[in-house]
Design a protein. Structure first.
Length: 83
């Protein structure tokens, strides 16, 4: 188990004040603050362009090779047993 020792008295006091206001421990107050800040940073990161994502997806999941069959109305009617 790793521990975090806060050497700065002002920061330690802030953690204690926040914990008291939240009715929790300093550990929970610090964890909550860190998780919230991390979420803010992740939300502010630029999102991957859809086209870049789609190209990568297609490269990783290529379409099957062509069968040579013509996929027209007659083709689908035949699949469904319709004339």
């Amino acid at each position: 188990m790793a521990s975090l020792y806060i050497k700065d008295s002002e920061t330690a006091a802030l953690a204690a004040e926040l914990a008291a206001r939240l009715g929790t421990t300093k550990t929970e107050a610090v964890r909550d603050s860190l998780l919230r800040r991390k979420a803010e940073l992740v939300a502010s990161e630029p999102k991957e362009d859809w086209l870049v994502w789609m190209r990568r997806y297609r490269a990783e999941h290529p379409l099957p090779p062509p069968t040579g069959k013509l996929a027209d109305k007659a083709f689908f009617d035949e699949l469904w047993g319709e004339d």
